[in-house]
Design a protein around this ligand. Structure first.
Ligand code: ADP
Ligand code: MG
Length: 214
């Protein structure tokens, strides 16, 4: 089952739009405890994906995720480039010969998160994007196991992503650049947690809009 160009384009554009809308806010967060380049890194990655949208739309999901992962690895740079790259390469492996549906997506997303944990040697509670990605993976798996409808799945994913993002505010960082700050990192949301939550929310909105049952 191919991903379809319009669908892929809509996801990429939704992610790009939400990142641009929140660029200033995220840059402030990133300047407080990172090196301030996170938004520029993501914009480069999303521009690279946008240029590939036609090609991605002709591929099946596994091939599309592989191309996305490789493109992010080479275009984004920074810690987030290799982490997002790894995430999509692992999703690609998990989606091989599979249709896109909630159970398969939940499994692939979980595999992706697992590989991010391994690659970054990080877990829940370390003030990173994983504080959003891990709860989202759990919510997707629960949604699949309990056969939730899309609206409930999307609403729950959004809720746990927002809570996960907010939870990073009071954490100290033990991984990435913010770990050098020790206690001074407390009081600021992690930029990578915020952008992953924003992009997941934006993509969920497009899924909800395009799905007749949602
Ligand atoms: P860099 O830190 O190299 O400048 P970015 O600014 O693009 O890269 O991304 C920083 C974000 O990456 C952080 O806000 C955090 O969410 C995430 N991150 C950093 N290190 C790790 C890690 N080891 N595991 C998971 N996420 C990480
Ligand atoms: Mg940075």
């Amino acid at each position: 089952m191919s991903a379809s160009t319009t669908q892929i384009k809509a996801y990429i554009q939704a992610a790009d739009a939400v990142i641009r809308e929140h660029a200033e806010e995220v840059t402030e967060l990133d300047q407080a405890i990172g090196d301030g380049d996170h938004i520029a890194n993501l914009k480069r990655g999303l521009a690279a994906l946008d240029a590939l949208a036609e090609e991605l739309g002709r591929m099946d999901w596994s091939a599309a995720f592989q191309k996305i992962g490789m493109s992010l690895m080479s275009s984004v740079g920074g810690a987030s480039g290799s982490l997002y790259g790894t995430f999509f390469l692992s999703m690609s492996k998990a989606m091989r010969d599979k249709d896109m549906n909630l159970p398969n997506l939940a499994e692939a997303f979980s595999q992706g998160v697992e590989s991010v944990k391994q690659r970054g040697k990080a877990d829940l509670g370390e003030k990173t994007m994983l504080d959003v990605l891990i709860p989202v993976a759990n919510a997707l798996r629960q949604a699949a196991q309990e056969s939730w409808g899309l609206p409930q799945a999307i609403e729950t994913v959004n809720r746990v992503a927002e809570a996960g993002c907010e939870s990073t505010r009071d954490m100290i960082a033990t991984k990435g650049r913010a770990s050098f700050l020790g206690e001074r990192a407390r009081g600021h949301i992690d930029a990578g947690a915020r952008t992953s939550q924003l992009m997941i929310g934006a993509i969920g909105d497009v899924v909800a809009k395009n799905s007749p049952s949602a």
